[in-house]
Design a protein around this ligand. Structure first.
Ligand SMILES: [Zn+2]
Length: 465
């Protein structure tokens, strides 16, 4: 997708069907339980046999383990052969594959498809596509996430598709369609002049890809409306257009005032929910921090003072690196120069933030690029810019779970966690690119994908699915 498009694209708690808390749950001081699938009746036992396990916590890989899953929860992990296989259990031997927790992408857009500007780009979706068509494509996107091993996503607004994400989340939770656990942010909020559609005759009223507000009263009302209709997070655009000034520095247009943002944050926190702020740099990013945003999305240019403020406040950083390295305009154009500058300063900011101890969660902006491209490409960029492969894995597992307020429940393989497990060929600690080739996906205790995996039942302990 072109950067001109990306400038506005780059931009939970389950209230639907969720599992009743049970005695296995870790202390839930942070949040409501995540959405779970209705496909699992809670009675079946599976033993996943893993020769190599990376559990998501950052601990070194462990060898030769049996992961016992009852219903949709992991109940026990023990050395293979050290305990009898539970009666009636299916034993799925994952052989030499590396086993990991289901991955988490904390910045997705299932209602975007990496639109080709030559095919109408962003605008045609809002102007010409029936809502039903957009929903149909979003369902495929959700499935694509799961196929790639992403069993949880935080979807960062529907780009003109209203509350469509709320309905898709419900359909996934009720097992009407396959997909990841979703935290949704519905319509998002920006200011007048702060989001497309743009460039049309002023006499024509066109739809907008965000709810545009002016003033703290409207800001609070928009947050209330979105929360009332099912938003798990509120997404706010704190910068919009960006360009290079005469000295070649990136400048981004701030959108909401500090007072407007504070009204949204105050309201959202009152509902026990959080605010994600799209912010590139400059005044808009500073307002995001001063106004109490819980996560900074993109954060192309972070000053040392802003990094220190993020550390002090515990603000999350969801950099979405890879999307800024693709599809640049020609080098000799203004847009092309800006594209290159963005990627350059973004990498510097990421590395500095990492070294300073800013909390970083994996996010990709997928949808801003096509869902057919590997989401896991982001891991390679994280490692190139300074993360260890283990840190990169944590950013999409335990760290991302922490951002979502789901520590111990998703993004980890441990007793009490939901049974979201993937397996990949090769060793992602040696080559993080191995995460692009997910061969096995279990979500909520149900096998979704088992490409090339031959299950071997243990003698006398039932059948492999
Ligand atoms: Zn985005």
């Amino acid at each position: 997708m072109r950067r001109a498009v990306l400038s506005w694209v780059a931009a939970a708690l389950a209230s639907g069907v969720s599992c009743a808390a049970d005695a296995q749950l870790p202390a839930l001081h942070e949040a409501t339980a995540p959405p779970t699938s209705a496909a699992n009746d809670g009675s079946h036992t599976i033993v996943l046999r893993a020769q190599s396990l990376i559990d998501g916590t950052g601990a070194p890989p462990r060898r030769d383990l049996d992961i016992v899953i009852r219903g949709n929860r992991i109940v026990e992990i023990s050395a293979t052969g050290s305990r009898p296989v539970p009666e009636g259990a299916d034993v799925l031997d994952l052989g030499s594959l590396t086993v990991l927790p289901g991955l988490i992408d904390t910045h997705t857009h299932i209602f975007l498809q990496g639109e080709d500007p030559n095919a109408g780009g962003y605008d045609v979706q809002l102007l010409k596509f029936p809502a039903s068509y957009r929903v149909a494509r979003a369902i495929v996107s959700a499935r694509r996430a799961l196929e790639q091993g992403f069993t949880t996503i935080r979807d960062m607004e529907t780009e003109g598709a209203g509350y469509g994400d709320v309905g898709i989340k419900q359909a996934i939770n009720e097992s009407v369609v396959p997909g990841p656990r979703m935290w949704v942010s519905t319509i998002s909020i920006s200011s007048t002049g702060g989001y497309p559609l743009e460039g049309y005759a002023p006499e024509i009223t066109v739809p907008k890809g965000s709810q545009l507000i002016d003033g703290p009263v409207e800001a609070r009302k928009a947050a209330r409306q979105q929360l009332d209709h099912g938003a798990d997070w509120i997404k706010v655009y704190m910068t919009h257009r960006s360009w290079l000034d005469v000295n070649g520095n990136l400048v981004s247009q701030p959108t909401l005032t500090l007072e407007e943002l504070k009204a949204i944050v105050d309201e959202t926190h009152g509902w026990g929910k959080k605010v994600a702020c799209h912010a590139y740099n400059g005044a808009g990013l500073q307002r995001s921090l001063d106004g109490g945003c819980d996560s900074i999305e993109h954060g192309l240019e972070l000053s040392d003072a802003q990094i220190a403020q993020m550390v002090k406040q515990g603000t999350w950083y969801v950099p979405t690196l890879q999307v800024y390295y693709t599809d640049w305009d020609p080098a000799d154009t203004d847009a092309g120069k800006r594209d290159r500058k963005r990627a350059e300063i973004h990498g510097v900011s990421f590395t500095k933030a990492l070294r300073a101890g800013v909390k970083i969660a994996f996010g990709t902006d997928v949808g801003g690029f096509g869902w057919s491209q590997p989401i896991a490409e982001e891991f390679l960029r994280e490692v190139q810019l300074g993360m260890t492969p283990m840190q990169a894995i944590q950013s999409a597992t335990s760290r991302a779970a922490e951002l979502l307020g789901q520590r111990g429940l998703v993004g980890v393989i441990a007793p009490g966690a939901y049974a979201d497990v993937i397996a990949v060929a090769g060793d992602p600690l040696a080559d993080v690119g191995a995460l692009k080739n997910v061969q096995f996906v279990l979500k909520d205790g149900v096998v979704f994908k088992k490409d090339g995996v031959v299950f071997k039942s243990a003698v006398g302990v039932g059948h492999a699915p």
